[in-house]
Design a protein around this ligand. Structure first.
Ligand code: PA5
Length: 479
């Protein structure tokens, strides 16, 4: 039986769209808006960037571009494993951080019921999902003391296999399982998702006989949600991971052109790049759908860690990078919107709009005699949130603020797959425009190394010495 996402007309209907009207002078005025000529002037730089991406792909350096194709078989295997095992567990816990957690959270928030963990009927036998994504002792202890460990499966995810936050979570959870259920139970209660050939986690997994999924070497953490990193936890909550990959493949086809006007990932990257160059480095993502709240968080890491760089590829010091900001409509209309409307002209707002929500909810009617309340009755929350988005968009536009919209016909696996792929490619393309390496993160190493030194990791004693010798703080400045 063919699947709905293999049907061309369904695909066409589910295509996500990028509306860039309000990035142009025609709509927001000449001082801040762009002209088609500005885009055309970028085409030759875009051609070079496109060629560089193709060359890197050819050399198998851009693993994220291969996942939608190469991981079809792996997705089918994951599905099979999940179908055979999900009923044995009430809880699925992801132990990971950054790129090994944010995509998992985003998929869960987007694709499952908003109260999935609390609603047994909705879960239909699938386990609850928890992704602590931190080492806060209160939060982690709170989770571990709440779960019935006998019915819990942990997926420890770390590409490097050495991340302190993840490995400390693992050590604690592993010891708890061994203590409560016996050392032989460890294999039944853990999955490891890591590099096949390097790092400590793979060694541990082999030693413990833990089921293992692999993260391809050429896929960086923040680009890994469509690898087993994101696929396993999604499948364990009933998400159709094959449809997710199908969505990514669909977007890959749409983006298979160097023509800026035809390639949504390239065009969006170019407009944001131009805006940054013109003194608008703040890139706000504002979904008008609570389901998309955490994909904005995923985007924040992707854009920040990839593009915030000190040096160009040639080593010239440049200190570049836009600042991604997550917001939420309509909630942040009552928190951030004032700043976006009247503060400095330093932002581009990307709205995420949903045409068809999964639910339609009517607003109750009443108080006919109170006009300021009764007008709401008989309309729907769908109308309210959509109108609020369009109203905020118009208000920003009137105030000459750059903004654009990604339109989701629906939120489903296919549209999420498209969005993820589009933004990953957009990030790689932006890396080319900035002429930086979008796939490393040297800036986060120093802080990690001090931590290793202080906690006594072998090979980091010099970092401990430097840390211990740090200048003392002036007590007068702590008030
Ligand atoms: O994008 C990245 O590479 C990082 O955010 C990593 O995902 C994060 O540091 C976790 O790394 P690891 O998966 O090696 O534990």
């Amino acid at each position: 039986m063919s699947k709905k996402y293999e049907d061309d007309s369904w695909q066409e209907r589910m295509k996500i769209k990028l509306d860039i009207n309000n990035m142009f002078a025609k709509k927001i005025g000449g001082e801040h808006g762009y002209t088609p000529k500005d885009i055309n002037n970028m085409q030759s730089q875009a051609n070079d960037a496109h060629q560089a991406i193709l060359a890197a792909k050819e050399k198998e350096r851009l693993g994220f571009m291969e996942l939608p194709e190469t991981h079809q078989k792996i997705a089918a295997e994951i599905k099979k494993y999940v179908q055979a095992n999900y009923q044995n567990y009430d809880n699925f816990v992801v132990l990971g951080i950054g790129g090994s957690a944010l995509g998992n959270i985003a998929l869960q928030t987007a694709l499952n019921h908003p109260y999935y963990n609390l609603n047994e009927q909705v879960r239909d036998g699938y386990p609850r999902l928890f992704v602590p994504d931190n080492v806060d002792p209160v939060r982690l202890n709170g989770l571990l003391e709440t779960l019935d460990l006998e019915k819990t499966l942990f997926n420890v995810i770390s590409k490097s296999g050495g991340t302190a936050e993840t490995m400390s979570q693992f050590l604690t959870a592993r010891n708890l399982i061994a203590e409560k259920l016996g050392a032989e139970a460890v294999a039944e209660h853990f999955i490891a998702t890591t590099s096949q050939d390097s790092g400590n986690l793979i060694k541990i997994a082999k030693q413990e006989g833990i089921k293992t999924y692999y993260i391809p070497e050429n896929v960086g953490g923040r680009f890994s949600v469509l690898s087993p990193v994101g696929l396993v936890s999604a499948a364990f909550t009933g998400v159709d991971i094959e449809e997710l990959l199908a969505g990514a493949r669909y977007m890959a086809q749409l983006c298979d052109t160097e023509d800026l006007w035809a390639n949504p990932a390239y065009l969006n990257a170019t407009l944001h790049y131009l805006a940054d160059q013109d003194g608008k480095p703040m890139s706000v993502m504002m979904p008008y759908s609570h389901s998309l709240k955490d994909i904005a968080d995923w985007y924040r890491q992707l854009w920040a860690e990839s593009l915030g760089k000190k040096v160009t590829r040639e080593g010239e010091v440049v200190h570049v990078g836009p600042t991604p900001i997550k917001a939420l409509g309509a909630t942040d209309q009552h928190s951030q919107a004032q700043l976006y409307m009247e503060g400095p002209f330093d932002k581009v707002v990307t709205f995420l709009e949903v045409e068809e929500f999964k639910e339609q909810l009517e607003i109750g009617s009443g108080y006919d005699e109170i006009a300021g309340v009764s007008y709401l009755g008989g309309t729907t929350f769908n109308q309210l949130i959509t109108t609020e988005k369009k109203a905020t968009e118009l208000a920003l536009t009137k105030k000459e603020r750059l903004n654009c919209t990604v339109i989701f016909p629906e939120i489903n696996e296919f549209t999420m797959g498209q969005f993820i792929y589009m933004y990953e490619l957009q990030t790689a393309f932006a890396g080319e425009l900035y002429n930086i390496d979008a796939f490393n993160q040297p800036g986060v190493e120093l802080g990690k190394e001090y931590t290793y030194g202080v906690l006594g990791r072998e090979g980091f004693s010099e970092m401990k010495d430097e840390f211990d010798g740090r200048p003392s703080k002036d007590g007068n400045l702590i008030i």
